[in-house]
Design a protein around this ligand. Structure first.
Ligand SMILES: [Zn+2]
Length: 274
């Protein structure tokens, strides 16, 4: 059953995780949820960037793609043509093999289970929640320093359930410098605060473009600084990411992981965090 509480490994169980759903086939040191109140702000891209830079630093990293409406992690890591392994235990239970990227990130996504990646998910909320729970508990994660969860968008029931039942150590919020977006992102921040899930801070995405002539940061969306926006959200600012057409292109070509690993900007942004 998906809701077994099992503490695996030699370490002492984290008391904060008591009563939470735990993975059966692995030992995960830190679970980080990447969250945003709204689609289109680059939450999945930030998850991919963070996973790639942590793995580049030598950490053992896994990614659980819990963004059901747009599972995009396989595409970021260029593994969307592959399929996760399924190993039956008995008639009802399975073990899943994650797909491993070139940069050694273990990825599990609903899209890696579907016959075709453009197949829509038309399940109702409770089914989605139970499938997500299985992907978390029944995947052979092995030993991981970090499991990043690309969280479901918005403040839906699915987001609520994942926040409530998964052993999330901290959340990273992704936002963009627009008041309209901040307002919606603030809802998910407040939801996390109410549920006592610690928030590490906010990454402001699409903060600026670099002028190709002189490298000045041009703030396209807002005259306010990323700091001011983070004050409005009520969480610390962790970093700001530019609009980067080269990354978008790399993403479309399935080589985003390689692009991020080769680009020092991303390592620098996350250097101080982990
Ligand atoms: Zn210029």
């Amino acid at each position: 059953m998906a809701n077994n509480i099992t503490f695996i490994g030699k370490g002492k169980p984290n008391p904060k995780h008591f009563g939470k759903t735990m993975p059966k086939y692995g030992q995960i040191k830190n679970t980080i949820g990447i969250i945003s109140g709204k689609g289109g702000v680059g939450k999945s891209t930030v998850t991919g960037i963070l996973a790639s830079t942590l793995s580049k630093k030598g950490y053992k990293v896994g990614v659980l793609d819990a963004d059901i409406t747009g599972p995009s992690m396989p595409r970021f890591f260029g593994v969307n043509g592959k399929r996760a392994g399924i190993e039956p235990i008995d008639q009802e239970n399975f073990k899943y093999d994650p797909v491993i990227s070139e940069g050694n990130v273990k990825i599990m996504s609903m899209n890696l289970m579907m016959p075709k990646e453009d197949e829509p998910v038309i399940w109702r909320g409770p089914v989605v929640t139970s499938v997500l729970t299985q992907l978390f508990t029944d995947t052979k994660w092995g030993e991981l320093d970090y499991l990043l969860i690309d969280m479901p968008p918005g403040t839906s029931d699915i987001t609520l359930t994942v926040m409530q039942s998964f052993p999330i150590d901290e959340l990273i919020v992704v936002s963009t410098p627009q008041d309209m977006v901040s307002m919606i992102v603030k809802k998910v921040v407040n939801m996390a605060k109410k549920m006592n899930v610690p928030i590490r801070g906010v990454i402001e995405n699409m903060s600026y473009i670099n002028c190709p002539g002189c490298d000045t940061k041009i703030r396209v969306f807002s005259k306010k600084s990323a700091e001011e926006h983070s004050v409005n959200l009520g969480v610390p600012l962790l970093g700001e990411l530019p609009i980067n057409v080269d990354l978008t292109e790399a993403l479309e070509e399935g080589r985003a992981e390689e692009y991020v690993r080769d680009n020092d900007l991303y390592s620098l942004i996350f250097e101080a965090l982990y």
